[in-house]
Design a protein around this ligand. Structure first.
Ligand SMILES: [Fe+2]
Length: 340
């Protein structure tokens, strides 16, 4: 049986977790896990206080119970974010773990209104976290995933997008609809054959045409599941549009693209380049921005692209250096003459 640690501070008094909690005992050579609290029992404050008195930071759950535990944490995410006992890095980890679990469920059942609703609530809590804590910026950047899966990519894009939106002084309502759109921007891929999505070789014209359909399918899914009426659609519908009109599905150009679409397009490409794929290593941030500037000339809105570079350099520089190696801020040429 495999066990994994869970944060004691994420457990709320007078709640039931839904899965058994264990305490680790024994030595490194012979670790044992002793049942501490059954999943159906209410956890009382004296029990938690007793563990805290003994400097216990982590409890353990069976790995097979991870989904149950993450649903529990999701339900108390607001409390965890507002809990001063929980370290900001731990909060960031919980925020990302919960989001990955939600996105897993979204990708399994994209037409579930409940899953879309969970996505919206997660965005709202994450905005709260970002607004309340300055340190959330570097903490969130340090826990975003560096391996590419459609669901981790969706979480990364949403986290980066929300941080960037804060940098651009979006108000809370706009951050909410933008962040939800980013989280769900690739939801249409669930309806595309996974062999095409994961194909390492060059796609045929028909295959590429099929992939392109994920945008309109995603839009359709969101309309059916209750996201209608918000501006979330712009991130979904326009994240593959390009400034020069060479994108899809509509070939919009310049300011025909909504600012959410413009920003979503930048972050989508940036995250894809800086995470590890089955066919390529993760690029360093500087390298990724250089590729975006030189090899994808004309794809992005100049102003938002420059803002994005300044944003990465402003607060995340140290964190990015630590996590993704060197990040000198490149000089991006407005004339796009390749002089980076
Ligand atoms: Fe996409």
């Amino acid at each position: 049986m495999e066990y994994i640690p869970v944060l004691l501070n994420a457990i709320q008094v007078d709640t039931t977790v839904g899965c058994d909690l264990f305490i680790q005992s024994g030595t490194n050579k012979e670790t044992r896990y002793v049942l501490y609290c059954s999943g159906t029992k209410v956890i009382k404050s004296d029990k938690i206080a007793d563990l805290q008195k003994h400097q216990v930071k982590y409890l353990f759950i069976r790995k097979i119970d991870q989904k149950i535990y993450l649903r529990y944490v999701e339900s108390s995410l607001k409390h965890i974010i507002n809990d001063n006992r929980v370290d900001v890095k731990e909060k960031a980890q919980v925020v990302c773990d919960v989001a990955k679990n939600i996105m897993n469920d979204v990708f399994e059942d994209p037409r579930s209104g409940e899953n879309v609703e969970r996505s919206k609530i997660w965005v709202s809590n994450t905005i709260d976290f970002i607004i309340r804590s300055k340190a959330s910026f570097s903490s969130l950047l340090s826990v975003v995933s560096h391996d590419y899966y459609t669901y981790t990519h969706s979480v990364n894009v949403s986290v980066l997008g929300l941080l960037f939106a804060k940098y651009l002084c979006f108000d809370g309502g706009e951050m909410q609809s933008f962040g939800t759109g980013l989280l769900l921007h690739d939801v249409g891929k669930t309806q595309i054959d996974s062999e095409i999505i994961n194909k390492k070789e060059r796609l045929s014209e028909e295959e590429f045409a099929r992939i392109k359909m994920h945008v309109e399918i995603g839009d359709d899914i969101l309309r059916q599941t209750g996201c209608a009426g918000s501006t979330s659609f712009f991130a979904v519908m326009q994240h593959h549009e390009k400034h020069n009109g060479k994108g899809y599905p509509k070939g919009l150009r310049g300011d025909e693209i909504h600012k959410h679409g413009k920003i979503a397009g930048i972050i989508d490409v940036y995250d894809a380049l800086t995470t590890k794929r089955s066919y390529s290593d993760a690029k360093k941030p500087f390298e990724a921005l250089k590729i975006m500037n030189r090899e994808m000339e004309g794809s992005f809105d100049d102003k938002y692209f420059k803002d994005f570079i300044l944003f990465l350099g402003s607060g995340g520089e140290q964190q990015l250096q630590k996590n993704r190696n060197i990040f000198p801020i490149p000089e991006i040429s407005t004339a796009r003459n390749g002089a980076v």
